[in-house]
Design a protein around this ligand. Structure first.
Ligand code: UD1
Ligand code: CA
Length: 451
């Protein structure tokens, strides 16, 4: 089956009180539209996004998204049927059309696959049950539970308003049935709009059995306001945290764990409260992530602990390491097995060799630190000369005294020592001691004479 998804994204979304199109509002760090497109890509479907309000903004955004994506323009927002009609020139009669909303971002691949599978008669619709169905199209069914009509709130009779099975807006239909049905839709209703939902009555009247597929109501919620957006964020957080629990990760509090990407983990990992996991996160066995950590695109080996309040980006940390509290590991940091990074230490494009330590108040940028070397508190690599960045290399088993400045490019050998407070501008050979600081002087009785 060739699936072609039409994503409705032309609406204004004025209740968001934003200068951007509604579908560009983000949840879990990704626009609602991108989330929908991610799902269609998983379904191997091509997509046509229907643009209207802020089409320039949406087009710009689409340039950064990969996939088989085209666009169509709906000139005036005359209703959901008109929106679908404006995309039909992109479709082929051999295709099955899936209609999604750009502002309903959490619908699962599983529910959509079921909807597609059950469209064997040519047409299936995704529904849900709501305690308060106010405002939604009500699904009218026959004795055999096939859908015969969808009635919008404004057009519903008192009896129809009591129906609590509602249409989610999502449907799956053969292109040929859709093309024929669209010809028959008029705007003869209370809103004077072309309702896509009229398809149900039109196609049911042709004797085709329309199967309603019921989804859970969290995944088919949309967002029209910042409150609803926040509600989606919380649903997504909950879904993702549940996913971590299902993978066997221990969470201190599901409601205080934010996953904004993909997490892979071995056994016995634990995550304390207020942790944000973004991008691609790979954890080994028995990794412990303390409270209030931010991790983006990080690989962490077995038995490593990330203490609270650390910030790790584009970083790989080995096994049996200890990082933080208050560490900042920036892009291109590699912390090898058994190494330690303590509080207020920042690294960038730096390798800290096996068993090496940088325990307090240090900046290591563009540096390669050998195995078992100790970087004293307050050590700074002066990697930037105002124009270019330069490299610092320190061999294994060396000792950099506290408060030293290593002026790059500079190379310090193996088993070498740097005295505290040194400014190192020249290379230091293996096994040497380098001291580069003003000599201490003593003036006896100096303060006595002053008085
Ligand atoms: C629609 C359904 C209703 C369903 C509800 C679920 C119709 C007539 N009604 O109602 O049965 O219960 O969704 O949320 O379809 N859009 C366009 N162009 C337009 C109009 C809308 O692109 O001309 C887009 C909107 O941006 C939005 C989506 O289509 O993403 C739905 O439109 P909206 O006006 O919100 O439909 P509802 O009245 O909520
Ligand atoms: Ca709506």
């Amino acid at each position: 089956m060739n699936i072609h998804t039409i994503i409705l994204a032309a609406g204004a979304g004025s209740r968001m009180k934003s200068n951007q199109a509604k579908v560009l509002q983000r949840i879990g760090g990704m626009s609602m539209l991108q989330r929908v497109l991610q799902t269609t890509t998983k379904l191997n479907s091509k997509s046509t996004v229907v643009l209207g309000h802020d089409k320039e903004g949406v087009l710009q955004h689409l340039q950064d998204i990969e996939g088989n994506i085209s666009t169509a323009i709906q000139v005036n927002q005359l209703g959901t049927a008109d929106a679908v009609k404006s995309a039909m020139h992109n479709t082929k009669s051999s295709e099955t059309i899936l209609v999604l909303y750009g502002d309903v971002p959490l619908v699962s691949e599983k529910s959509l696959q079921e909807l597609i599978d059950k469209s064997e008669n040519g047409f299936s619709i995704l529904t849900t049950r709501l305690d308060d169905p106010f405002g939604y199209g009500r699904v009218i069914t026959d004795a055999d539970n096939f859908a015969t009509a969808i009635v919008e709130e404004k057009d519903a009779s008192e009896d129809e308003k009591l129906v609590n099975e509602i249409f989610t807006g999502i449907l799956c239909i053969s292109q040929e049935l859709l093309a024929a049905g669209l010809q028959e839709i008029t705007n003869d209703n209370a809103a004077k709009e072309f309702y896509l939902t009229d398809l149900v009555k039109i196609i049911s009247a042709k004797g085709i059995k329309i199967i309603p597929i019921r989804a859970n109501n969290d995944e088919v919620r949309g967002a029209n306001s910042k409150s609803e957006l926040e509600a989606l964020e919380s649903i997504l957080r909950n879904m993702n945290a549940q996913d971590l629990l299902d993978k066997g990760i221990t969470l201190a509090d599901k409601s205080r764990t934010d996953v904004r990407g993909n997490v892979d983990a071995g056994n016995d990992c634990s995550i304390d409260v207020n942790v944000i996991l973004e991008g691609s996160i790979k954890l080994g066995n028995s990794v412990s992530i303390g409270a209030n950590n931010y991790l983006k695109d990080v690989i962490i080996g077995d038995n490593t602990t990330i203490e609270p309040f650390s910030h790790l980006c584009n970083t790989s940390v080995g096994s049996n390491c200890n990082v933080g509290p208050y560490a900042r590991l920036r892009e291109g940091s590699t912390i090898e097995d058994g190494a330690k990074v303590g509080n207020f230490v920042e690294t960038k494009k730096t390798t800290l060799g096996k068993g090496a330590k940088a325990n307090h108040f240090t900046y290591l940028g563009d540096a390669d630190i050998g195995e078992n070397t100790n970087i004293g508190a307050g050590t700074i690599t002066c990697n930037y000369d105002g124009t270019n960045k330069h490299q610092t290399t320190v061999g294994s088993d060396s000792f950099i005294g506290t408060n030293s400045s290593l002026v790059a490019p500079v190379e310090i050998g193996k088993n070498a020592y740097v005295g505290a407070g040194s400014v190192i501008t020249k290379d230091v050979p293996d096994d040497a001691l380098a001291v580069g600081r003003g000599k201490q002087i003593i003036k006896e009785d100096w303060s006595k004479d002053k008085k």
